[in-house]
Structure formats: C-alpha cells, structure tokens
Ligand binder design. Sequence first.
Ligand code: ZN
Length: 425
Amino acid sequence: MTETNSILIKDTTILSDSIIKGSVLVVDNKIEEISTNLVDKDADIVINGQNKITMPGLINTHSHVAMTLLRGVGDDQDLQTWLNEYIWPREAKLNEELVYAGSKLAMAEMIKTGTTMFNDMYFYMEETAKAVEESGMRALLGYGMIDLFDEEKRKSELNETKKFIDKCHNTADGRVQVAVAPHAPYTCSEEILKESKKLADTHNLKLHIHVSETKQEVTDLQKERNETPFEYLNNIGLLDENTIVAHGVWTTPEEMKILKEKDVSISHNPSSNMKLASGIAPVNDYIKNGINVGIGTDGVSSNNNLDMFSEMKLTALLQKVNTLDPKVLPAKETFDMATKNGAKALGVNSGEIKEGKLADIILVNTNVPHMTPVRNPLSNIIYSALGTDVDTVICDGKILMENKELKTINEKKVISDAINAAAEL
Ligand SMILES: [Zn+2]
C-alpha cells in the first residue's frame, strides 16, 4: 500500500465562516490550501465535491459512547429513576469487551453521521481509546470518577484516572487526549473534586464534569451548602478555561458571570435535556454573555442516537420556542456551536475549513429531495440535513468514509458484535 499524504476535494461548496465555491487541498493531517482555482493541483487522492457541501467535521462535546449498548433502556423516566433503576444496575455488569463493542458501534454511527471528534466520560476507557485509535477518529476521553463520598473509593478512582493518563494521553498520533472526569458534584466529594483539579493542572489536562443538569440537584446542593453548583465549584477552585461542563441547565445570572470570568466551556445536550425533562439550558444567554457553548448528544439511552445534525436543529428550535423569538440562535451561531466552539472547548486546532487547521472535514450530499434546492447551504445544513446525508469523512487527513462506505470499520461485524454484547446487559 502506498502512503497517501495529499487529498484534493474538487469543485465543492465550502461552508465554514463564509461560503465559497472552490477546492480544498489537504496535505498530511492539515488543510494546506483553499482556493477557487485548485482544480489542476496534483494530489494522491482526488474527491469530486460537486453536489456536496464541504464543512468541518462535527464535534460532539459530551458523550458516553459505549452506552450505545443501552439504546432503548429506560425510556420515559426522570434522571434519578433512570440512573438508579435502569442504567446503574446494567452498568455494573460492564466489562472491557462490552465497552469495546459499544464504542466501536458508536464510532460507526458517529462517522456515518459526520462527527469527527467527541468528548467522552465512561468506564473501561482504555477500550474506547483502542476503538478511537482503530477507527481513525479524534477524541478527548475521561474515566468517569464517582466516589459517592467514600474515602477508599476516592483513592481507587483517582488511581484509575492516573493509570489512564499514563497509558493513553496523547496516543494514536495525538488523536487521543485524556481529560480528568469527576462525574458530578452530587456523586463526587469535595476532596475528589479538588484532587481532580490538581491532577488536571499537573498534567495540563481538560476537566470534564456534569453540572446543574436537574433542578433537584441544584436545590439539594443549596440546602446542603447554601451555594449554587457553580458558586461551589468556583469556591473550591475547579473552574477555569480547561473546564468543560456538561448541561448547565439551571444556571443563574450570578453563575453566568462566574462562567464568563473563568472562561468555562459549556456542552449543551438538547435531546437528553428534553428526554429526561431536565429543562431548557439558557443557551442564548450564555452566547449573549460571551460564554463558549458547544453541542453534545450525551449517552445514547437519553437521546437515543449520536446524530449531531439532529442536535443542531434541536438546539436552534429549542431556544426559539423558549424565548418566543425566532431570531434567537440563527443558523450560523448553531453551526459554530457544533464546530469551532466545540474545538475551543476541547482544545483542538480544528472546527474550521481554514488553512493550517487539522484536516477534520466532512462532505454532505445535497443531491437528495430534502436538500433541494440549495438556496443557502448553511440553512440546509442546520434545518434540512439528516446525519445520513454525510457522504465522506476525513479525520486527521485520513479518509474514514467515502461514498457512505466506512473505510476503517467493518460495519457488519461491529453491528453483530454489538447485538451480542447488548444481549449480556
Ligand atoms: Zn452525561
């Protein structure tokens, strides 16, 4: 096999900060050149971009990918019942093999729907790292620590994270990065939260945590500490530009000021928040206050898929109906959330079709009834497209899918392995 190091996407509609007709040249793992007259350039691989929108790969800022195996478990329950009665008993049965099978299934689904990077928190994360390495995707991975205020558990959870950092951080040619991931303030002691921050600072890592997802969680914490969740986390020194917060549904205006001052990034998960009836996150207020917000799917059993196209549409529609203002969250702001805001949150040089950026690129087919006509490519991407319209996926300069065919994953095998694995749960 000859090593390919250049890809030319020819005659395409490029959607990033602006919309241009042209070509994109990828050399090694970077975008080398964007031009309206690159058609004669030589490249190892030439992709015909006609009738396609070429845009940055989508970035899923909050997931638990191996939960694909729990698809369809515990529908129509509130968060605490869902966790206690449906999810946690099944998660207790997880092992390496099951997490690997679930992760591979998730990667097949994510690539097929245009996601090139995700931010994950779960268990047996070395298996997910292995799946990322094999699939060619990019990921920020954290072992989800839960000490339930127990000292012994605290030590073992922190050790698990240390082991995972040593083994997997900055592997797979840099495509796998490790984050420190204490689950949430209601499952983690103050001590483990402080230790988590120390660990993240020592290794210069991101910190990924669930905060202010349900009203109950906020009320409980206020009763116990007389502080709101973000006041508490700020007072123990947890918040800064390396913090990625999943949800932030019940954020107060005072907390909003803290988040802005500390440059915290938020991951908004509209499907999950709606399905578990957690509430509507104040996304429009975050953006108005200059707070960085990305989009996530959360785990599959509260979604129930990993399609970032549907998350983008729901993000826009939910803010409009919540504010009774159709001008809120226009298509471009929503697009930025799923691309460059996500890249900022996860600390990666991608999320834009721009010279010098990592070559994480997707091509979306417009030659289908529901994408016709293309008056405005941006509008079609946010309001008309389905994840299955993604035709070609490039990550780190390598083709992961071409003409809807997965190149790094044996789709049939991954599906049959996942069916067998799910039967054990
Ligand atoms: Zn979550």
